[in-house]
Ligand binder design. Structure first.
Ligand code: PMP
Length: 377
């Protein structure tokens, strides 16, 4: 009998030889590691108010949402989260999805289609890339942060509608999209601008209201914001924040809203708890950026504009070895290699947290200085 899975061995061997294999490492609760790898930017994931809000929702509504949002999966808690998030970022309405990935797939596929051109920044998150593939639209991928290329693509469109996609904060490099200029070009061409604020909410803007709010685009009817609840908001899930007509359209047509079970009540409660803490303690947002600047000073990385500090090392094996060396000394860092980043730009990806202490920073400085000296040698 032939082995139907032998091709997987060959591919796994090739990945290992190229330094590109991945290993799952379960983290331990209450781990002694200093975390520079997670997306818990505001340090709220174990905050007592977040845990209490999650537990209260769990006890009241149960372990799962029990069905699609359209059937039994909407609770009063979901609707409160939607209005609180919309109010926070200055949007007209909110619609919660089971993940940020699902929010992006749902929003793009529902707003695009065969009679729309989709223009997508080359640095967009994988969920937006997949959304483009599912959209049945003609898709033009423009070079990263290239507003002229977006304008050129929109100018030649033959489709009646157009949708422009971008992250606000790009996840690999932590840089910002030129949102104002992008919006100006979208306005000129009657296009919708969809902005993924996964890494912007909680970090950029007044009290963490996001980059769209910071640049004065909150509430604009031709701007659609998507976000995850799994980073600054210390929970799980996703949201689309937009004009009420967009919300109505998504409820009727977004496949990841209709055919996916609603977000679990505990996650809804956790996100509401985190948002309440952030509203009361807006200084947490500025603290993230301050710690990111400390990390950049230590590593020689570029001046950070978000929680993400990228230390590019080039070779995937060098980056992997550096991440292992950090872990052996109690520091958990991210390691991004192709296909997450382009060839030759493998890196340590550090994420700042608002609640890193001075003791943490001393350990971080000692470890990173030594490990990077070896990596660069
Ligand atoms: N967009 C961006 C920019 C992200 O970084 C992520 C998560 N890594 C997502 C969307 C997907 O969000 P979620 O993890 O909630 O599915």
């Amino acid at each position: 009998m032939t082995d139907a899975l032998s091709w997987l061995d060959d591919i796994a061997d090739a990945r290992r030889a190229a330094g590109l294999h991945r290993v799952l490492r379960p983290r331990t609760a209450g781990s002694a590691f200093v975390d520079l790898a997670s997306n818990d930017y505001l340090g709220l994931t174990r905050h007592p108010e977040v845990l209490d809000a999650a537990a209260t929702a769990l006890r009241r509504w149960g372990g799962g949402a029990t069905g699609s949002r359209l059937v039994t999966g909407t609770t009063a808690e979901h609707e409160l989260l939607e209005s609180e998030l919309a109010e926070f970022v200055g949007a007209a309405s909110g619609l919660v999805f089971a993940s940020g990935y699902a929010a992006n797939l749902g929003a793009v596929t529902a707003l695009a289609g065969r009679d729309a051109l989709v223009v997508s920044d080359a640095g967009c998150h994988a969920s937006l890339v997949d959304a483009c593939r599912l959209s049945r639209s003609r898709v033009v991928v423009t070079p990263h942060a290239d507003v002229d290329a977006i304008a050129a693509a929109l100018a030649t469109r033959t489709e009646p509608r157009a949708l422009v996609l971008t992250d606000s904060v790009f996840s690999a490099d932590g840089d910002l999209a030129p949102l104002r200029e992008m919006h100006r070009v979208c306005r000129e061409h009657g296009a919708l601008l969809l902005v993924d604020e996964a890494h912007g909410i909680g970090v950029r803007g007044d009290g963490g209201r996001g980059l769209v709010h910071e640049v004065g685009l909150a509430g604009e009817p031709d701007v659609v914001v998507t976000a995850t609840l799994s980073k600054s908001l210390a929970a799980q899930g996703g949201v689309v924040l937009a004009d009420e007509r967009v919300r109505v359209h998504l409820i009727d047509t977004a496949r990841t809203f209709i055919f996916d079970t609603g977000l679990a009540p505990a996650a809804v409660g956790a996100a509401r708890g985190a948002l309440a803490v952030l509203r009361r303690e807006p200084e947490r947002a500025a603290a993230v950026l301050e710690r990111a600047r400390d990390l950049a000073r230590i590593t020689g990385a570029q001046h950070p504009e978000s929680a993400v500090v990228s230390v590019v090392l080039g070779d995937p094996q060098v980056a992997y070895d550096a991440s292992v060396a950090c872990r052996e000394r109690g520091l958990h860092v991210g390691c991004f290699r192709p296909p997450s980043v382009p060839e030759g730009t493998s890196r340590l990806r550090l994420t700042a947290r608002a609640n890193l202490t001075e003791v943490d920073m001393t350990l971080i400085e000692g470890v990173l200085t030594d490990v990077l000296a070896t990596a660069h040698a």
